[in-house]
Design a protein around this ligand. Sequence first.
Ligand code: CMC
Length: 392
Amino acid sequence: TGLITLDDGYANTGSCRSAITFIDGERGILRYRGVPIEDLAARSSFIETAELLIFGQLPDDEERAEFRSLLTENSWLHRDMRKHFDAFPKNAHPMSILSAMISALQSHDLPEHHFTDAMGFREAAANLIAKTRTIAAASYKSHIGQPIVYPRYDLPYAENFLHMMFTQPYRDYETTPEVAHALNMFLVLHADHEQNCSTSTVRMVASGGANMYASVSAGVNALWGPLHGGANMAVIEMLEQIRDGSLSAQQYIDRVKDKKSGAKLMGFGHRVYRNFDPRATILKSAADSMLDSMHITDPLLDIAREVEQAALADDYFASRRLYPNVDFYSGIILRAIGIPMDMFTVMFAIGRTPGWIAQWKEVTDNPGQRIYRPRQVYVGEPQREWKAREDR
Ligand code: CMC
């Protein structure tokens, strides 16, 4: 049809110019604002990484302290917002609560003009990062019928989340350095990943001029699917299926190779990484050492290792250049921390929030930004005659 070029799934379409995240899929390189992911995962906190992504630089002491205060001041939900939790059915999926609540933040919290100056944007960014965590923990507490736990002003970001998740009536929760470190690393590794499905959604919505909360809420919904953020949960379901069906790793691999089965090897494959996913490499060794240091044995980790070995040795995966992605080992880590499975994708969303904010800002600040508006190749009926109902 005319001049339209079809690129199904946008495999070869550059949708924007971006200065935020660099990926070299052939060489397994990932950098945020030029800084290698390996250095950030080993040495940076999640909030420092968020500042790097959103404001372009690693913060100095003063910037770090100022952003910390903004996060603390904005970490609690407006009283009226807390009522929303009561309106969701008890078994509501935490992703639906998260997206609805982020959308509602725009009405409850900050008026539109807050985004227009630099300080207003810093506050809005801190507000969203702090509240995503509070909403996530509160949605879990409502789901299990426990009172919502207030954030503490004296705890770092990851520890504060664990406190809000796991403090129970009459029982305080004390995290360990291993758990806090693992959660922090998980969040850093998820913080941005250039033009993936949810980030492209955020940019798409932003390009129409929508506010940051509306755009990020759309991103949360895009993340939900099992081919994207839902994969971390799907990996654990797959490993449980292998365990409960007493299947060998090879038997499951054979089922995947039989395309008619419809089974996929969840946590494998990536559109951009063709040799390895650097996030998976980091998470695999983090899972090993975390479980070791906590003296946890997780039979699912053994199954994961067997499945990985069997897949890597198999020509089906090698010829298609399919390797473990970030989600293959992240569920093992989240399980060890004690996060329930239906919160896994929410954890991904908490981690991705700084990236979505940075990408929203990049679109919004671009003076010549055109609205995103892909074209299509029409394959429907040619022109047809309208008929009255009695003649149809
Ligand atoms: N298991 C079995 N076969 C696969 C898989 C898999 N996980 N991934 C791709 N293939 C096959 C696919 O069937 C196709 O085979 P053929 O050429 O014979 O038709 C070939 O490999 C190319 O796959 P594709 O579907 O064209 O690849 P894509 O770039 O469109 O999809 C993907 C990328 C990540 C959606 C896909 O690999 C997948 O579904 N993986 C499982 C879900 C998953 O782990 N998702 C998390 C991705 S990383 C984190 C994130 O972005 O959220």
